[in-house]
Design a protein around this ligand. Structure first.
Ligand SMILES: [Zn+2]
Length: 434
């Protein structure tokens, strides 16, 4: 990024999470990671100079910059730990609203309109039962209520989506789906593998493997393929309830709609939670399900869900873990490897991309060409731009255009008049939400 494009205040999203470094000892490594703004690639080990930086800022290439920690994206145990508050299983554990949970075999939070916590109520210990003690983070210029969003990866994907699926597979008998229906869901998930584009980190897998599903597989389910896989399987009441969650998550994940349609998403999530209580019982309204009602406020403060999700940190933690060759002296090893890597990164080409700059790959001459296309056209199988990729082959050949049409790409053509994508347009489209 050119120096003149750097904003005057550098905002950093922080993540704190543990990774196990040795199976035998149970030892964990807890790096504190920071991500600059919405940057895709900037991650660094963050040390406790935040207070100094916040007060004095810093200089870079002759220009002075302010420094601000924008938010902490952590899972629930890590957040309770750094805020020194009651955990998610505690009666006063909701970090967003003031209510005493009920005990229904576990702590549940049934109020949906409880008063919200504020920076003042936190710092003045108005609700003592919420706190275990002081938090070192109170030394910083942070809003102790608002700057700690509920992380969407743990809340929605690993939390609520996983809980729904587990309830349908192995929940209480009266909520469980018959075995043959579970097998149909699994068969559909396996069938869809061939149609998941390369941009998704993982393909869908049978429910047989649900205990090994990663967060991104639950994310794929709740945001994309759930409505297709569950259609005709769940009763209409359960199916509609799932759709309500799915639509709300899609709205809140979209930069375009997350603010404009925020109120609508809020109504949907409230409806989802109240309907869950009626369908699955109050036992179901545990921490994660309850916290859905706070998600829209976090979106208004931090932008769409990917902006404050732990996903990029999770990926980075995995790459840090790979740097460890032995389980002792973990910190020293990681720092050494990272210093080597930073040195290499300095000379590697820029990772920025411009979507107008694409590359055509895999030349061929097997057509098809449109009748008006000149014979001297060059033909290609693939088009690459930045991290994205289009191809003439399933599953990367399906494109949704701005005019709402859907085409399947059959050829990519380049000649002196320009570059073209040839494909077939679907004549009949149905709206899944109808
Ligand atoms: Zn709450």
């Amino acid at each position: 990024m050119p120096v003149e494009d750097i904003p005057p205040t550098i905002e950093i999203l922080i993540n704190i999470d543990g990774i196990p470094i040795s199976k035998s000892s149970g030892d964990q490594f807890w790096p504190i990671l920071g991500k600059i703004g919405n940057g895709r690639n900037q991650k660094l080990i963050f040390v406790a100079e935040a207070q100094e930086l916040e007060q004095n800022g810093f200089s870079f290439k002759g220009k002075h910059y302010q420094f601000k920690l924008s938010a902490f994206a952590c899972d629930t145990p890590a957040r309770s730990f750094i805020l020194n508050i009651k955990g998610h299983t505690g009666y006063f554990g909701c970090p967003k609203c003031i209510q005493q949970g009920d005990y229904e075999g576990r702590v549940v939070f049934l109020e949906r309109n409880a008063p919200l916590r504020t920076n003042e109520s936190f710092r003045n210990r108005i609700h003592e039962d919420h706190h275990n003690g002081d938090s070192i983070l109170e030394l910083l210029d942070l809003d102790m209520a608002l700057d700690f969003p509920v992380d969407p990866m743990h809340l929605v994907d690993l939390g609520v989506c996983r809980k729904l699926l587990l309830t349908w597979i192995r929940g209480p008998l009266e909520r469980r789906l018959p075995k043959n229906l579970v097998e149909i869901i699994s068969a559909r998930l396996e069938l869809l593998r061939d149609y998941i584009p390369r941009e998704f980190a993982r393909l869908s897998r049978s429910l047989k493997f649900i205990d090994r599903w990663k967060a991104t597989e639950f994310g794929l389910f709740v945001s994309y393929i759930g409505p297709v896989v569950l259609a005709g399987i769940l009763s209409s009441r359960l199916f509609n309830n799932f759709l309500v969650l799915h639509v709300a998550v899609r709205i809140l994940s979209s930069n375009k709609y997350c603010v404009d349609q925020n109120e609508y998403a809020r109504k949907l999530l409230n409806l989802f939670v109240s309907e869950c209580e009626r369908i699955y019982g109050s036992y179901f309204i545990y921490f994660n399900v309850h916290c859905l009602i706070h998600l829209c406020d976090d979106v208004l403060r931090f932008g769409s869900l990917p902006n404050f999700s732990a996903y990029p940190f999770e990926n980075y933690l995995q790459s840090l873990k790979k740097l460890l060759r032995k389980s002792n002296q973990a910190l020293q090893q990681v720092i050494k490897r990272l210093m080597e890597r930073f040195h290499i990164d300095e000379v590697s080409p820029k990772t920025c991309y411009d979507k107008r700059q694409y590359r055509l790959k895999l030349q061929h001459d097997s057509g098809p060409l449109l009748p008006n296309m000149i014979r001297s056209s060059k033909q290609y199988k693939e088009l690459h731009f930045g991290p994205w990729y289009l191809s003439c082959k399933i599953p990367n050949n399906c494109v949704y255009l701005k005019d709402s049409s859907v085409i399947l790409i059959e050829n990519i053509v380049s000649n002196e008049t320009g570059d073209f994508i040839c494909g077939r347009r679907y004549r009949q489209l149905n709206n899944i939400y109808d």
